[in-house]
Every structure is written in structure tokens, then in C-alpha cells.
Design a protein around this ligand. Structure first.
Ligand SMILES: [Zn+2]
Length: 284
């Protein structure tokens, strides 16, 4: 077996980064940790994750989200027959994700949702056995490959940020702009013009301070390519039950509501690792 990537101190459940080859004996820092994650074995996605069994890292750089919801740029929300799909109209508008487990910059391509008929089986990833009503995916491609299509052919091609959505009684006003769009795309292949404000619900301190899990995995829709660095935030985002019900009202090609667009959890292959990342509050 090759060098082990991590050593676990069972008393603290903290991963000690593998010694680097730096001749000066300096400690591994953020980018080195990201390199270690980039070499982890990939699995099929989604997976069920037990947080207490994940090595915990706190030395990664904070995740950085630039230009997502505050640009005012034009975008569309589309019912493509299998999900609600958001993308910017002008392809030169490029929100950028970097930091955390990622090496380099990843360019935002699209956001979409997964859901089911109830409030507990609509998420794809399952953390500590908890199911939620829906899961939202922000799909990005590695800037060095130039396009999503080209990036899918590479193990470091995509980065997908996942948010678990939990229903609560009261509507969440941060979803108002998105909800306006969802109300207009009930029919299959319908499109609504929106703006970047439809993403404003993600504007939260949790992005740079919240804990998340990361692992190397796959697309959860065909062709299931293992090209994704997954980043799943631990804390669910709360959404009003009526707001969430708009997803369940979206109609597929047969004019019936799309009941379920969730891939079941997949088995972890031997030697597969999921890292639990506690983000350290960014220093000002
Ligand atoms: Zn997805």
C-alpha cells in the first residue's frame, strides 16, 4: 500500500495531515490539504455519511463564493422536465468558487434541485441518517478545462456544492425571488426570466463559517461520471412548506408532477474517505 494519506488520532478524532515533502519541515497548510483531498479515491454518489466516522479537518482555507447573488445579472429558471434549473443568460457571467478542498477556481454553470413526495426522502445525501425534503446542487467546472463538457472527463473536473433543504411552517423570505420563478414554470419546458437575486437565499455566514463534508464522487444523473468534488453543508437551509411544495408541483413531460428525482445512496468502495471540515472564521 502506498503512503497513507491521513493518520487518525483516535483520542481527538482529528486527522493529522500526512507529512509533506517540504525539506524545511514546515507544517502542511491549506493548499496542501486540498492536494491530499484531490488524491482521494472517488465513489459513486450520493452516499450516506456518518459524521462521527469522518476525519475532521479544520486547516483548510475558507470556501470563497464570488459574484453569485449580488450582480443583478439576468438569468433563467427552466423546468426541463426533470428538475428546476437556474443558469445565467449571458455565459460571460461567471460566479467563481474557490478555497476549501478545491485547487484553483471553479466556474458556476447551473443550479438545480432534487426532491421527492415527502419531507424526508427528497435529499440525495444523507447525513447521520437524517433525510430532508430536498437538496439543491450548485454545479461548477474547473476553469482550466474551459467548459463543463470538457471538465466532465477529468477527476478534478467539477465541484458541486449541496445544500439540504428542511421544511418549516413559516415561509423563508430569502426564497421569495426563487419562489416567484418556480410559480411560473409549472409546465414542462417552461422558462421564466429571473436575476441573480434568485440565488440570494444562499447569502449566509454559513458559506464561509459553516461545517461541511467533502469527498470525491460522481454525477448523480447519467452518465454518473466520477468527476466531482462534493461539498455538502451540514446545516440544512430552512424553507417554508408551501415554498417547497412548488417543486413538487412542477410537471414532467407527461404533464404529471415530477414526484421524485433522487438517486438512491450508493455503497462506499473500500478505502473511500469523506472529510468533515470545520471552517475557521476568516480573519479580517
Ligand atoms: Zn443534482
Amino acid at each position: 500500500m502506498e503512503n497513507r494519506i491521513v493518520k487518525i488520532d483516535p483520542r481527538r478524532m482529528t486527522v493529522i495531515p500526512k507529512e509533506t515533502s517540504a525539506s524545511d519541515g514546515s507544517r502542511a497548510n491549506g493548499p496542501h490539504d486540498a492536494e491530499q483531498i484531490s488524491r482521494l479515491r472517488a465513489s459513486q454518489s450520493p452516499i450516506a455519511i456518518s459524521l462521527s466516522r469522518c476525519p475532521t479537518w479544520s486547516s483548510l482555507d475558507p470556501l470563497r463564493f464570488r459574484g453569485y447573488w449580488d450582480s443583478g445579472e439576468k438569468a433563467i429558471l427552466l423546468n426541463n422536465g426533470s428538475t428546476a434549473y437556474f443558469t445565467f443568460t449571458d455565459q460571460s457571467v461567471r460566479p467563481i468558487l474557490s478555497g476549501g478542498p478545491l485547487l484553483g477556481e471553479y466556474i458556476f454553470e447551473q443550479m438545480h434541485f432534487h426532491w421527492s413526495v415527502d419531507d424526508f426522502t427528497g435529499c440525495e445525501h444523507v447525513l447521520d441518517g437524517h433525510g430532508y425534503a430536498a437538496e439543491c446542487h450548485f454545479v461548477h467546472y474547473n476553469s482550466k478545462y474551459g467548459s463543463l463538457e470538457a471538465a466532465v472527463g477529468h477527476p478534478d473536473g467539477l465541484a458541486v456544492v449541496g445544500f439540504l433543504l428542511e421544511t418549516v411552517d413559516a415561509p423563508n423570505p430569502r426564497f421569495d425571488r426563487l419562489v416567484e420563478g418556480l410559480e411560473a414554470i409549472k409546465k414542462n419546458e417552461s422558462v421564466k426570466n429571473v436575476t441573480s437575486e434568485a440565488l440570494s437565499w444562499m447569502d449566509s455566514d454559513d458559506l464561509s463559517e459553516g461545517s461541511y463534508v467533502t469527498y470525491k464522487g460522481s454525477l448523480t444523473t447519467p452518465p454518473y461520471t466520477e468527476c466531482v468534488t462534493w461539498i455538502i453543508y451540514e446545516r440544512p437551509v430552512q424553507v417554508g412548506a408551501e415554498q417547497l411544495s412548488l417543486l413538487r408541483q412542477l410537471e414532467g413531460p407527461n404533464s404529471e408532477p415530477i414526484e421524485r428525482n433522487v438517486r438512491p445512496t450508493q455503497r462506499h468502495p473500500p478505502g473511500h474517505s469523506v472529510i468533515y471540515v470545520k471552517q475557521v472564521k476568516a480573519k479580517l
